[in-house]
Design a protein around this ligand. Structure first.
Ligand SMILES: [Zn+2]
Length: 271
């Protein structure tokens, strides 16, 4: 009898907590997006190409529609040669790249790295930023991670928002994906905003591995934003994934106007 009573009480308590957190979450969600820099009048370069299995053109079009809606001035290029256009690169506020694998020349890479170092933001998804030029370690140093595997291919997995204070993920909780669960080699100094945990079903040695899915970092003066979902553009039909992507884009567009955010080594204890 006593047991039933306490279970009921616990249920009521949980229901109240759930309702409260839902309403609180809705209020916070709005303010999270509001805290981020506006894209109005910002100059954005979108670069797409590489392996077409990730539909880089379609993703570019999807994000382009959002950028235009927000009032950004957008230049689209399907050539990495644009990275050598110093004048154009210096003018930009943000680069959105969707280029899986492929090869970049030394001069093109230098153009991109220098632009970001000097304060142009960089944003991208999945293989379009996180598996772009496998031979170019300095590029990977800038991005903060490199894809190495997606065990099991397209599977069901969950993304947990781990940073509830950062404006990019504030007010968002966990969400489900049916896509590739990226296993990556990640720079320990990136600011991780969301993670996913591997069940081990497709590789027992990674059972319980917690992997960053969303991060932000800086490279020189430039802000870098990355989200590993996005195997197809339809991944961003998941509202939370789209919300994080669009907020991340806004955040990354602010490098030239906002003070540098400082963080270092959040993962390991000690110095
Ligand atoms: Zn993929």
């Amino acid at each position: 009898m006593q047991k039933i009573k306490s279970t009921k009480l616990a249920q009521i308590f949980l229901a109240v907590v759930f309702l409260f957190s839902t309403f609180a979450g809705m209020a916070v969600k709005k303010s999270g997006a509001d805290e981020l820099p506006s894209l109005k009048g910002k100059k954005v370069l979108m670069v797409w190409g590489g392996w077409d299995g990730h539909y880089p053109k379609e993703l570019t079009e999807k994000v382009l529609a959002f950028l235009k809606e927000e009032g950004a001035i957008v230049t689209v290029s399907d050539s990495l040669g644009v990275y050598t256009n110093k004048e154009l690169m210096e003018e930009m506020d943000l680069i959105f790249q969707s280029w899986t694998m492929g090869q970049i020349t030394g001069e093109q890479e230098k153009g991109l790295l220098n632009a970001v170092k000097n304060g142009v933001g960089l944003a991208g998804t999945h293989g379009g930023l996180g598996d772009s030029f496998r031979n170019n370690t300095e590029y990977q140093f800038m991005v903060g991670g490199q894809w190495v595997a997606h065990p099991g291919g397209v599977i069901d997995y969950t993304v947990q928002v781990t940073d509830k204070k950062d404006a990019v993920t504030k007010g968002l909780g966990e969400f489900k994906m049916h896509s590739e669960q990226y296993f990556m080699h990640v720079d320990p100094n990136v600011k991780v905003l969301a993670t996913t945990t591997f069940t081990g079903e497709h590789g027992d040695w990674i059972t319980g591995a917690v992997m960053p899915v969303v991060w932000k970092k800086t490279y020189g003066k430039g802000r870098v934003f990355y989200i590993s979902v996005g195997h197809t553009p339809a991944d961003f039909d998941v509202p939370e994934a789209w919300e994080i992507l669009t907020r991340g884009i806004k955040w990354a567009s602010g490098s030239k106007y906002l003070p540098k955010e400082e963080w270092m080594s959040p993962v390991y204890p000690g110095k």
